[in-house]
Every structure is written in C-alpha cells, then in structure tokens.
Write a protein that binds this ligand. Structure first.
Ligand code: HEM
Ligand SMILES: *[C@@H]1O[C@H](CO)[C@@H](O)[C@H](O)[C@H]1NC(C)=O
Ligand SMILES: *[C@@H]1O[C@H](CO)[C@@H](O)[C@H](O)[C@H]1NC(C)=O
Ligand SMILES: *[C@@H]1O[C@H](CO)[C@@H](O)[C@H](O)[C@H]1NC(C)=O
Ligand SMILES: *[C@@H]1O[C@H](CO)[C@@H](O)[C@H](O)[C@H]1NC(C)=O
Ligand SMILES: *[C@@H]1O[C@H](CO)[C@@H](O)[C@H](O)[C@H]1NC(C)=O
Length: 326
C-alpha cells in the first residue's frame, strides 16, 4: 500500500471517528446500564392493556410505522397539538384511526418514576410495537434502542409522508423507497394488515363511488363487497370499523396474502400488490412460505423500519411527557 493511500485512509478514519457521537447506532440493550427495567416495564404495561383489548396490538404496530415514516422513529407521532401547531396525530392520516396512546403514557409515567429522564418516548413506542408483534405472533425478539425524541410534529408532514389506501403500486413503492425500504420489504411489511381493523371511510369509495362509470371496484370480490356493504352503509358515519382479516383478526399469520389473492384485500393499496407479475409472484411466495419464515422476514423489515431517520447521541431530547415537547 502506498503512503498516499494510507494517509487518505487515516484521514477518513479520523473523519468517521469524529462523527461518531452524532452518528451513534442503535444498540440492543441500550438501557442495560442506565435503566435495566425499561423493556420489562413497557412489556408489563403493553401486556396489561392487550389482555383487556387485544385489538390494541394492531394499534401500536401501526403507530410505530406512522412514527417512523414522518421525521424518522423519533416519537413525533406522540406529541399533542397546541394552540399554535396541529401535530402529526391530528392529521387525517392519523386521526381518528391511530390508537394506543394511553399505553405509551402509562409506560412513560412508570419509567419517569423508576429512572427519570432516561428512556425516550420513541424507544417506548418501538418496544411496545415489538411486544405487540410478540403478542400476536408468539415469538420474542430483540429490538435495538437508543433513539432520542424529536421536537417537531406537523400534521402536514404526516399527509405528505404516509401512503394512502388509494395508492397504486408505483406510489407505494416510491414512498417506501424514499424511506430506504425496497418494494419487497414494502410487500412484507404490508403483511401487518393481517391484524387490526379499518374504518369504513378508508375504503368506502371502492363500494359506492369507485369511478364515473362503475360504483363498485371491479377488482374487489363481489361476494365480499356485498358483505362489506352491509357492515359499511353508504352514509357518512365515520366511526364504523371492520376487521382487515376477518378470519383471524388478532393472529399475525400470512393470511393477508391469501386474501389479496382472493381479491379480498380491503384497500386499493392492498390489491395493488398483485398488479404486476413480479409483485404477484412475491405475494404468492409469501402465502406459501412456511409461517415462521415469513414472520422472521416481517420482523427483520419491521426492525429496519424502526431505525429510519432516528435521532441518537445528543440529538433531540428525552421527553418527560410523551405528549409535550420539554
Ligand atoms: C403499504 C402502505 C400502507 C397503507 C396505504 C396503509 C393504510 C392503512 C389504513 C388506511 C388502515 C386503516 C386505518 C383506519 O381506517 O382505521 C391501516 C391499518 C393498519 N395498518 Fe396499514 N397501511 C400500509 C402499510 C402498513 C405497514 C407497513 C404497517 C406496519 C408494519 C401497517 C400496519 C397497520 C395495522 C396494524 C393496521 C390496523 C390498525 C388498528 O387496528 O388500529 N400498515 N393501514
Ligand atoms: C445488554 O445486555 C444484553 C443481555 O445480556 C446483551 O445482549 C446486550 O448486548 C447488552 N447491551 C449493551 C448495550 O450493553
Ligand atoms: C399511479 O398513480 C400515479 C399518480 O396518480 C399516476 O401518475 C400513475 O400513472 C399511476 N400508475 C399506474 C401504473 O397506474
Ligand atoms: C351513495 O351515496 C351517495 C351520496 O348520498 C350517492 O350519490 C350515491 O349514488 C350512493 N351510491 C350508491 C351505490 O348507492
Ligand atoms: C365520489 O368521488 C368523487 C371523485 O373522487 C368525489 O369528488 C365525490 O365527492 C365522491 N362522492 C361521494 C358521494 O362521496
Ligand atoms: C419477504 O418475505 C419472504 C418470505 O415470505 C422472503 O422470502 C423474502 O426474502 C422477504 N424479502 C425481504 C426483502 O425481506
């Protein structure tokens, strides 16, 4: 190796090392030394809440997704609106559909008593989402932590960063690519729609007002459409909800992909996953894959999603109340 190269190498090493504090990585067991009870307290609060209402597992999984896609996984989705600011959680992408905020509050309040000012709201949400996947999947796994909390939350950014249920494949892939996730990861992550519910308002157009020529989406199984119309009348009641996987609404299986293949995906965005031969092939693979294998792949992608745009080191803050910037 010539000396010039060695110098370049050393210079690069110095630059990399001097960037280290703000470039700090998430770590498994980040709170080992500072708040060893952090993950078990979150888990206790999550399991307590899910015993009362198993549906909230889906709520927490979705909340982590909506946090991660807007300004990274920085807890910005947890911040309340103020007189001067409409926060992410009050964007139509989140309100009234996001749920489970009280679980995060309960965990935070216990953690502030146990280890004041140590555990970020962003990490509490990441742990709670992991525990919710465990609850519905049955397999434990480690999630890296060390996230710091953001100090900005804007409803407008939720609207521009979240995918809509009306999106086609190109739009879906684009919005996931923007976050560093591939189309294949997007397809695997969408498997989360095997748990939880949707408001009728999120897909009503497919039943009653699809286009100027047909009122009902022809890509929706007609028998299923009839069933959905009974559950979701053509009026403006915004509070009615239906399960997204009516067969097994609380089980994290791969039935979502079977539903899409049967034209029973609830959203245009679900059905869009079989709109090209390549993606159709992946949906088929996911429906055939051994369940444990698919679950593992989902978890890998979900953990990756949880590291999007995180704040670490001395960036951001550790919020005292997850709803309020310090
Ligand atoms: C691919 C683009 C996606 C779109 C367009 C989308 C859209 C939606 C919509 C419209 C709802 C129903 C909300 C309501 O009306 O109550 C929903 C629910 C849900 N989504 Fe997604 N989603 C997408 C991807 C994901 C991802 C990546 C995850 C997590 C990994 C996820 C997890 C969930 C869960 C768990 C629910 C049920 C929430 C509950 O029961 O409270 N979604 N999604
Ligand atoms: C915390 O402890 C766990 C279990 O012993 C270990 O796997 C992990 O690497 C530790 N993390 C840190 C940051 O010390
Ligand atoms: C997807 O939607 C975008 C934006 O509405 C549109 O420009 C594009 O042509 C659509 N792509 C397909 C394949 O329908
Ligand atoms: C649904 O309701 C709207 C508004 O009331 C009406 O214009 C439309 O024709 C109805 N569609 C169907 C399929 O009943
Ligand atoms: C039907 O869809 C069109 C196009 O999006 C929209 O402008 C109109 O308000 C919708 N009508 C009803 C009754 O929802
Ligand atoms: C998606 O999941 C399937 C298993 O169902 C797996 O074969 C594939 O490697 C996964 N892709 C990614 C990018 O995680």
């Amino acid at each position: 190796m010539d000396l010039g190269r060695v110098n370049v190498f050393l210079a690069l090493a110095v630059i990399i090392l001097s960037c280290a504090p703000s470039n700090a990585q998430l770590q498994i067991g980040f709170y080992n030394g500072t708040c060893p009870v952090a993950e078990s307290i979150v888990k206790e609060e999550v399991m307590k809440a899910l015993n009362d209402d198993p549906g909230l597992a889906a709520g927490l999984v979705r909340m982590h997704f909506h946090d991660a896609f807007v300004r990274g996984a920085d807890g910005s989705v947890l911040i309340d609106s103020t007189n001067n600011n409409i926060a992410e959680k009050d964007s139509p992408a989140n309100n009234p559909s996001l749920r489970g905020f009280e679980i995060i509050d309960a965990a935070k309040s216990r953690l502030e008593t146990e280890c004041e000012g140590i555990v970020s709201c962003a990490d509490i949400l990441a742990f709670a989402a992991r525990d919710s996947v465990l609850f519905s999947m049955g397999i434990p796994y480690a999630v890296p932590s060390g996230r710091r909390d953001g100090r900005v939350s804007l409803a407008s950014e939720a609207m521009s960063n979240m995918p809509f249920p009306s999106f086609n494949l190109t739009e879906l892939t684009g919005i996931f690519n923007d976050k560093g996730l591939s189309q294949e990861e997007m397809i695997n992550l969408s498997g989360a729609h095997t748990i939880g519910r949707s408001h009728c308002t999120s897909f009503r157009r497919r039943l009653y007002n699809f286009s100027s020529t047909v009122s009902q989406d022809p890509s929706l199984d007609p028998t299923y459409a009839e069933q959905l119309k009974k559950q979701c009348p053509n009026d403006t009641n915004p509070s009615i909800v239906v399960p997204m996987d009516p067969d097994t609404p609380t089980e994290f299986d791969s039935n979502y992909y079977n539903l899409i293949l049967a034209n029973r995906g609830l959203f245009t965005s679900d059905q869009a996953l079989i709109s090209t031969p390549e993606t159709m092939e992946q949906v088929l693979e996911n429906s055939y894959a051994p369940l444990e294998y698919f679950q593992l792949k989902f978890r890998d992608a979900f953990v990756k999603m949880g590291s999007i745009g995180v704040l670490t080191g001395d960036e951001g803050e550790i919020r005292m109340n997850c709803r309020v910037i310090n």
